[in-house]
Unconditional design. Structure first.
Length: 190
């Protein structure tokens, strides 16, 4: 069984929208505007590329990342790994041709079936709506969270507001950095 890992830059109040300066969000670029850069806080991002065997994205994140990541040296390991896009609207014609093999999955059942196959971990970047649906369906196994010491108020959140039973997490790795950033790695307890 494959491990599904959600990785996110997240504000203390749970917002994940617009961390890198994406247009359309009031606080866009919050990961670098008011936070001192501490390189060691981002070590986990390089580790994720080395440890992941595949990447999963929602449609909107795929469209944003596929426009820039294929040509960025810092994301070279992602270029060659298989990608899965969970979308009911994306077509094969919408896929870029310079970013390796990409498979479109239409349902959460297809995601669950993919998890049952052989292979290494699958990492999910961005994709707020997809993360919410996967979490609510009990399909995420681990969270890699870089928590920023900011309260952003409105914005897309990593976790849904669905009324559901408690889901217990086990903290397996953590660190606090001089700029107030926190790395928290949680395994989902089943």
């Amino acid at each position: 069984m494959r491990t599904l890992i959600s990785t996110a830059f997240i504000s203390l109040d749970g917002v994940v929208e617009g961390p890198g300066g994406e247009p359309g969000y009031r606080n866009s670029g919050w990961t670098f505007k008011d936070i001192d850069f501490v390189p060691e806080a981002y070590e986990i991002k390089g580790r994720e590329q080395k440890e992941a065997a595949a990447m999963m994205l929602g449609r909107a994140s795929y469209e944003a990342f596929s426009a820039v990541w294929p040509d960025m040296e810092e994301f070279a390991d992602y270029k060659v790994m298989p990608k899965y896009v969970v979308s009911t609207t994306l077509t094969e014609d919408d896929l870029v041709t310079n970013w390796g093999d990409t498979t479109i999955l239409r349902t959460l059942d297809e995601v669950a079936a993919l998890k049952e196959t052989d292979g290494g971990p699958i990492i999910i970047h961005g994709s707020a709506s997809l993360n919410q649906a996967l979490s609510d369906a009990g399909l995420i196994d681990r969270y890699h969270l870089l928590v920023f010491p900011l309260l952003l108020g409105a914005g897309k959140r990593l976790f849904s507001a669905t009324d559901k039973d408690t889901q217990k997490l086990k903290l397996v790795e953590h660190e606090v950095y001089a700029n107030g950033l926190q790395k928290n790695v949680f395994d989902v307890v089943r």
